[in-house]
Design a protein around this ligand. Sequence first.
Ligand code: BTN
Length: 152
Amino acid sequence: MRLIKSSSLLCALILSVFSSLPSYANPTTAIQVPSAWTNQSGSTLYISTIDSNGQIGGSYINRAAGYGCQNIAYPVTGWAYGSAITFNTLWKSVAESCNSITAWAGFLYKGQISTLWNLTINGSSSTSQIIQGSDIFQQVQTLVNKSLISKK
Ligand code: BTN
């Protein structure tokens, strides 16, 4: 009886600690790995790895109208630190190269990644040539196929 009481007290204590933490410190708000995120232009960010230092590995498929290098997966590197996130894509591949790099910086809040980005074209000579914008990414929910047949 006493054991049940003290374990439920411990559960209540853990719950109250997590609910009082700021959102960046709450493990339930961390970016899932692997995960896929789509923005308002239909582009997709795939996060395949986040190592113990917060280094991100993944890929990006651009589908934004008016830009080159569409419908091809380009490697993504970046950093996650609590709710803060940055990632980059070099738009270079055997299929198509766009002579440019995009760097996104933003944060995870309430299940979406809000970012500002800079698109720099190789050969630029003035910061006025840097194209800037914002992207908001929502997580794509993926179905996990679990076999109903038991493995022996
Ligand atoms: C280029 O045209 O030089 C390369 C493709 C750039 C696509 C940009 S990156 C920022 C914005 N968000 C997207 O999903 N696509 C555009």
